[in-house]
Design a protein around this ligand. Structure first.
Ligand code: AMP
Ligand code: TRP
Length: 325
């Protein structure tokens, strides 16, 4: 059975961008793949976090993964920080990665631009991400389009390691979701929809109530024309709404454009479709909040399963490099 792995950073509440771009497909892997999903809490430390807030979000993201339909009896769900092999392998990989390679990452350039203090972790982050993937000998990594470059680097590091030290890692493929690769912010449709705390009205959270979804979409920025057309460069706001509606209903955004002549109806249909799409997630999340023991149990079992395979790979890599493990 092919193995897949993916992770999500607990830097905010999960939103519809990440859901349509990535998480929505995660539960579909658990039947035909050996699937590993984790909360990348160590990655979140690359920018400064309030410890209490981070711990709360980590748990909340884990609950959201279960709420979207990941079943801990069919997939392994865990917290990155509970499997020590991630940071240990990251070190081994950093020692065969170059500074230039890390500095070329567009996410590093974006996140470090204009900052007074840029953590060293922000620069070396792709080595930790490579470790996350390579430890599990994953064949494929389902991610959004923005992670493509990090996956390419992961492959490069795996190939380099195998060449230098002998076959150790499976070289993984990125699996970029074709539809809704990039959902934009509702208030600024030229930038990616990111975690809701950065832009409360710009992002729709997975657990938002229907009236909140309606309010956010009705206030979404469009343009001063009146023509509904799918043209992301010229009409980013309207195109983003079409993209959302298309992803939620399994249709094509350009074709959908032809069915609307007013922004108002496009907005109300989009709000309705998103709200329906998220209904089961909202309901399951509500149940988990009432019985948090379920979350603890899933994470404990997940960490144990993850450790077994991760430690085995780590030992092989360490020995191959000539260090004790
Ligand atoms: P993040 O929430 O930034 O940790 O991202 C988790 C996953 O969701 C990654 O695979 C991202 O590429 C994907 N993702 C996040 N935001 C978006 C977005 N606005 N549109 C599409 N995919 C996204
Ligand atoms: N870097 C990813 C993001 O920001 C999250 C992530 C960390 C990840 N480690 C991973 C995704 C390993 C896939 C595989 O979205």
């Amino acid at each position: 059975m092919a193995r897949i792995i993916s992770g999500v950073q607990p830097t905010g509440t999960l939103n519809i961008g990440g859901y349509l771009g990535a998480f929505r497909h995660w539960p579909t892997y658990q039947d035909e793949h050996e699937a590993y999903f984790f909360v990348a809490d160590l990655h979140a430390l690359t920018v400064r976090q309030d410890p209490v807030v981070l711990a709360g979000r980590t748990r909340d993201v884990a609950a959201s993964l279960l709420a979207i339909g990941i079943d801990p009896t069919r997939a392994t769900v865990f917290l990155q920080s509970e499997v020590a092999a991630h940071t240990r392998l990251a070190w081994l990989l950093q020692c065969s990665a170059s500074i230039g390679e890390m500095q070329r990452m567009t996410q590093f350039k974006d996140k470090s631009a204009g900052k007074d203090m840029v953590s060293l972790g922000l620069l070396t982050y792709p080595a930790l991400m490579a470790a996350d993937v390579l430890l599990y000998q994953a064949d494929a990594v389902p991610v959004g389009d923005d992670q493509r470059q990090h996956l390419e680097l992961t492959r490069d590091l795996a190939i380099r390691f195998n060449n230098r030290y002998g076959e150790t890692f499976v070289v993984p493929e990125a699996q970029i979701s074709p539809v809704a690769g990039r959902i934009m912010d509702l208030q600024d449709p030229t930038k990616k929809m990111s975690k809701s705390n950065d832009s409360p009205m710009g992002a729709i959270d997975l657990t938002d109530e229907p009236e909140v979804i309606r309010r956010k979409i009705s206030r979404a920025v469009t343009d001063s024309e009146a023509e509904v057309a799918y043209d992301p460069a010229r009409k980013p706001g309207v195109s983003n709404l079409l993209e959302l509606l298309a992803a939620a209903t399994g249709q094509n955004p350009s074709q959908l454009a032809g069915q609307y002549d007013r922004y108002g109806t496009l907005k109300s249909d989009t709000a309705e479709a998103i709200s329906e799409l998220l209904r089961p997630v909202r309901e399951r999340y509500g149940e988990l909040c009432k019985d948090p023991g379920q979350i603890d149990a899933a994470l404990a079992t997940g960490a144990q399963r993850a450790r077994e395979i991760a430690e085995d790979t780590y030992r092989r890599a360490a020995r191959a490099m000539g260090v004790s493990c």
